[in-house]
Design a protein around this ligand. Structure first.
Ligand code: FAD
Length: 515
């Protein structure tokens, strides 16, 4: 063996140029480690999905004739540390050099580099060949700037990769059709049942128990719903194109209640984030499949459905990653609003009478999944209004979701959702009162609290917390033009009304576990 090539658990890219040739002198190394199960407390389905996908990937490599060394979590000689395991292997294969794909997480990148530095080891770095844009794209495309707009970034990617373009104009005449994508789900809508693989994960589940790996959330080991092979990932993509794409944009922002609609947890979302973040699916493959399906079905699928989806992947996903690498490691410690409150206990069990939060959290515990608006406008909105410590909020999002890897979780949570980056990602905080939740969901009708009441018994906590947030951060936001209207409304309120709202909020904040 003259070359050891490390494949991390989120580098399952079957199309990588590494596998083009079978080479007997190359040993591929993959490892399950306590360092990865324990850096944050994860949902049980998240650990299971990564380990099973890794095992399946290793098997596929072996079938294709590659040499693979796979270290299981319970192997006797597993040191449970990435760098210690690598060191052992390099001692066994004294003639071998080490090659690594660039990690996507700063944590792992830093670990490998500082270890190699100490040993005076030269790692041969290669690209993971997954993203459309390199890590440092922001300084390349917008030199000298420190303020970046997703929309400008997105247009540039579309032009560069010639995606839905007619010459240098966007197909259909507009870059963005978001104004058509804000519909509530009608009561009589029949939501399509999502396609889910049914994996048996008993063996891994048993191993995690035997090894006493700490986790949370629910799992059905006989019917595991997340894709763990490339074929399963492709099946979900095909199902999305066939059955969900036609409604994706229209109901992208909608939320609904399990009492009102079946399949409320998934609606018309693709559930492809795990397949993409583990790299089983390439973003271009997803985008090409969706666009090709649309071209063949233009009579039944409108452009806003497709553009909305494509923007999430080639716009938001790439942009978020670029922001992460532009601002790390400082980004991880930002807390612009100085929020310190503990995350309420109900985030861990869903036991709250606020129907929308209870549904979003319980479904997250059940499926390790919530869609974007649930993450942003329910749990995220509440944590922000309540002033919860961004470290705790990050740990919750990083732990609970099947797709949570720090490069994508951190900017979304700390930045977009919690405004802890002071507006790097969002020009104003994503906050709302009960009004928005009532408009976009069916939860309020099933709730103990009234969305229309701001104070008094049964007043929806989102209302007073919303105004209290604005009041307590008035000096911070007073120069933000996009907030001017909200502050003008707040300042027009009679003093007694302001006082009553602030008292109500204070009462809720002091009794969060009873909400
Ligand atoms: P769909 O709604 O079908 O969208 C298609 C794809 O677009 C997604 O699979 C995803 O790859 C991409 N996408 C959409 N929005 C974003 C976004 N804001 N950032 C990056 N990619 C996006 N996404 C993660 O992949 N991992 C995370 O840890 C994560 N944490 C989040 C935390 C918060 C507080 C918020 C508000 C959002 C977070 N997101 C995260 C973004 C988004 O919510 C998920 O990507 C999406 O819900 C995944 O479900 P889906 O595959 O069904 O997405």
């Amino acid at each position: 063996i003259t070359e050891i090539r490390l494949v991390l658990g989120d580098q399952l890219n079957a199309k990588h140029s590494w596998w083009r040739e079978k080479q007997d002198h190359v040993l591929y190394v993959m490892m399950e480690m306590r360092q990865e199960t324990d850096y944050v407390k994860h949902h049980i389905q998240k650990i299971t999905a990564f380990f099973l996908a890794m095992r399946n990937f290793a098997q596929a490599l072996e079938h294709a004739g590659h040499r693979v060394h796979y270290i299981r979590l319970d192997d006797a000689d597993n040191t449970q540390s990435l760098t210690n395991n690598l060191e052992n292997l390099l001692q066994q294969h004294t003639k071998a050099n080490l090659s690594c794909m660039l990690p996507d997480e700063y944590r792992v990148d830093h670990q490998l580099r500082s270890w190699a530095g100490k040993l005076d080891l030269d790692i041969n770095w290669v690209d993971s060949e997954h993203f459309l844009t390199p890590r440092a794209i922001l300084s390349e495309w917008f030199p000298g700037k420190d303020n970046f707009l997703m929309e400008s970034f997105y247009r540039r990617v579309r032009k560069q990769f010639n995606i839905m373009m007619e010459g240098d104009k966007p197909e259909g005449g507009q870059w963005n059709y978001d104004h058509q994508n804000r519909n509530k789900l009608p009561k009589n809508e029949t939501v399509v049942a999502p396609y889910c693989p049914e994996n048996d994960v008993t063996e891994i589940h048993q191993m995690l128990q035997d090894q006493d790996v700490q986790s949370f959330g629910e799992i059905d080991p006989k019917q595991f719903i997340w894709p763990t092979t490339r074929q399963q990932a492709r099946d979900i993509l095909a199902f999305f194109c066939q059955h969900q794409l036609a409604h994706f944009g229209t109901y992208q922002d909608a939320m609904t209640d399990t009492e009102v609609h079946d399949h409320a947890w998934s609606l018309y979302h693709s559930r492809l984030s795990f397949a993409m973040n583990s790299k089983m699916l390439h973003p271009m493959e997803v985008v090409n499949a969706v666009i090709a399906h649309w071209r063949e079905n233009q009579d039944s699928i409108t452009i806003n459905q497709v553009e909305g989806f494509v923007r999430q992947i080639i716009g938001w996903r790439e942009f978020i990653r670029a922001i992460y690498w532009h601002h790390m490691p400082a980004y991880k410690n930002l807390n612009a609003l100085n929020h310190q409150r503990d995350l309420p206990q109900f985030f861990w069990n869903g036991e709250t009478q606020m129907r929308c939060l209870s549904q979003a959290i319980k479904q997250s515990l059940k499926y390790a999944y919530a869609h974007h608006i649930q993450r942003l406008m329910l749990t995220g909105n509440f944590a922000l209004l309540a002033g919860c410590d961004p470290d705790q909020v990050d740990a919750w999002y990083l732990g609970i979701y099947i797709d949570a890897l720090e490069w994508v979780e951190l900017p979304n949570t700390r930045g977009m959702s919690q405004f802890a980056d002071n507006g790097v990602l969002a020009t104003k905080p994503y906050i709302s009162s009960a009004n928005y939740i009532k408009k976009m969901s069916n939860h309020c009708a099933q709730c103990r609290y009234s969305p229309d009441k701001k104070t008094g018994t049964n007043a929806c906590p989102f209302n007073s917390l919303y105004w209290q947030f604005l009041s307590r951060h008035e000096s911070h936001f007073s120069n933000n033009q996009r907030m001017a209207m909200m502050y003008s409304l707040w300042n027009k309120k009679p003093q007694e009304e302001q006082r009553a709202l602030l008292d109500q909020a204070e009462h809720y904040l002091n009794n969060m576990d009873e909400l």
